[in-house]
Design a protein around this ligand. Structure first.
Ligand code: FAD
Length: 392
């Protein structure tokens, strides 16, 4: 194959995290020729270093339909990828620690039921104790989602990568996209390894996606943060579901090897130019205290490892997913605000449907890139819409 044909595709995807790779896979399943450009290596950033939570519980209502469709794909992952990514459908439980917390949980369930969602269920104190017998007795109840769970992030990303490559997706690592431009009907992307071109461009570059959108005059209020996690030494099994809390930051799970992963959108610091998150030990300490409040028997448990990953946050805590409103044949998926691992399969599938021109009941309107400046934008219809890639 000549070098020039190796650099041409139907779709070019910028970013080899879970969103880029799942979009690439679902496009390739439909016979589309896809190339992925990854600045470092696939799964190097948030997708490979996150807490592994597969959570629909507590989602912004605008995200729920997409998160539920993604959850169904998590349950089929073994069939789709030939590897389950370490997914364990353990259930997730958000704990209430006071009567006020419990009331907040009750109102949330009432709100969801009014909207027709019944995946979150209110549970009382005894149901919590039955599910997690070792939890502190001050807990008053909570919200339970039985089909949520957790997975192993790097294993999952690697499984998407291998499945995509098996379907013919070409992946170029250590190949950062520098300049993106549309000339005629094609997108041209320059990298230190030369130019790549395609009819359609997909930007799934995580915390770096905003810079690429800005290149084509479509700026987004997206900013990077360093999110922290810690992993303890091994301890005898004591907790099956993933736990969160109602009024304090917590995401807590025990893996089958006995280690406990503790996070919950704990913000550390960041050296964005060096593409590197930094741990702030003092802030991790307050999170450790939440855990020992809930499980006093863990107070002497040692911490084995701590780290921080780089994540993209938007001004309204919702991701950007969908077609560009400025240029044709350009799509985005980024800005998942600390909860995008769970969304990876569903968003990739939905974005592929959009690019293929397939119908879906799941609207991407809440995630439109122009929502931040709609008042100043032109009336609907003034924008070029993305054309679709025809099925072969
Ligand atoms: C510590 C931590 C814990 C988290 N816990 C959870 C959790 O429990 N559950 C959950 O659902 N979510 C969680 N998240 C969030 C989740 O990991 C992210 O939302 C999700 O992985 C984002 O995926 P992505 O593919 O959009 O971005 P990324 O994984 O960041 O991938 C983007 C890729 O694009 C590449 N790239 C950037 N610029 C360029 C360029 N110019 N050219 C080529 N490639 C480029 C990067 O190198 C990177 O590999 C957590 C995040 C962190 C950091």
């Amino acid at each position: 194959m000549s070098e020039s044909s190796n650099r041409q595709a139907d779709v070019l995807v910028i970013g080899g995290g879970i969103h880029g790779l799942s979009t690439a896979l679902y496009l390739a399943q439909a016979g589309v020729k896809v190339t992925v450009l990854e600045a470092e290596y696939c799964g190097r950033h948030a997708s490979g270093v996150n807490a592994g939570g597969v959570r629909t519980l507590g989602r912004h209502v605008a995200e729920i339909p997409l998160a539920l469709s993604s959850r169904d794909l998590w349950h089929e992952l073994k069939h789709t990828l030939g590897d389950d990514g370490g997914f364990v459908p353990s259930g997730q439980l958000k704990l209430a620690e006071s009567q006020a917390d419990l009331e907040e949980c009750r109102l949330r369930i009432e709100q969801l039921q009014a909207l027709g969602f019944c995946h979150e269920v209110l549970v009382d104190q005894q149901q919590v104790f039955d599910t997690v017998p070792t939890v502190s007795r001050h807990v008053t109840g909570g919200i339970w989602v039985k089909d949520d769970g957790y997975a192993v992030p790097f294993k999952t990303v690697t499984a998407f990568r291998l499945a995509a490559q098996k379907r013919g997706v070409r992946i170029h690592e250590n190949t950062p996209a520098q300049r993106i431009e549309q000339t005629g009907t094609r997108w041209r992307v320059s990298t230190p390894a030369g130019h790549f071109s395609a009819e359609h461009l997909v930007v799934t570059a995580g915390a770096w996606a905003g810079g690429l959108a800005a290149q084509i005059g479509e700026p987004v209020p997206v900013h990077p943060e360093g999110l922290m996690l810690m992993v303890t030494h091994r301890v005898a099994p004591f907790c099956v579901p993933v736990l969160g809390a109602t009024s304090r930051a917590l995401s807590f799970k025990q893996f089958s090897n006995g280690t406990v992963v503790i996070g919950g959108k704990l913000v550390g610091s960041l050296d964005f130019l060096a593409r590197h998150g930094e741990v702030e030990m003092e802030r991790l300490g307050s999170s450790a205290r939440t855990v020992t409040d809930l499980f006093p028997h863990l107070r002497h448990l040692g911490v084995n490892r701590v780290w921080a990953g780089v994540e993209a946050f938007t001004a309204d805590d919702l991701p950007v997913i969908g077609a560009s409103r400025k240029a044709s044949n350009l799509s985005y998926s980024f800005g998942f605000c600390g909860s995008g691992f769970q969304m990876g399969p569903g968003t990739g599938k939905r974005l592929a449907q959009l690019i293929l021109g397939e119908h879906s009941d799941i609207s991407l309107e809440p995630f439109a890139i122009d929502r931040f400046n709609r008042a100043a934008s032109a009336p609907p219809g003034a924008f070029q819409s993305a054309s679709t890639i025809a099925h072969p």
